[in-house]
Design a protein around this ligand. Sequence first.
Ligand code: ATP
Ligand code: MG
Length: 138
Amino acid sequence: MTNRTFTMIKPDATQNGNTGGILEMINAAGFRIVAMKMTHLSETKAGEFYAVHKERPFFGELVTFMSRGAITAVILEKENAVEDFRKLIGATNPAQAEEGTIRKKYATSIGENAVHGSDSDENAAIEGDFFFSKLEQF
Ligand code: ATP
Ligand code: MG
């Protein structure tokens, strides 16, 4: 089991000026940033990142949304990182997200939900390597 997870601050949060606020919540929860970059996903790259959802009815909408503006990709380190980070971000649908979670504070809908969080150690490693070379992971 690793102690790392991967997150993305999504285009809605970037456009709403919430990047700093989200990073502050992440730091306050005890995560250490070990890699970070602001970048942009093309439609092709967004589709590749979320390929697991390609048969879902919302896939087209998801790809359009994720490629419409800048994102910030971040690798985080903390004991029990994957599970603790999923708790910090809250439910996919902000209407169901608990008080004190990032999505409760910053998400606007089930699609535009401010942040991504890896769902397993294996995917955390795959997703981190999608954005960062080994030399960029500290
Ligand atoms: P993420 O993988 O981004 O951390 P998640 O694990 O909470 O989110 P998933 O089921 O993996 O949720 O869905 C991936 C993303 O697809 C969601 O975060 C959201 O942006 C979008 N999405 C999921 N369900 C819907 C839906 N019903 N309608 C529109 N968009 C959706
Ligand atoms: Mg997911």
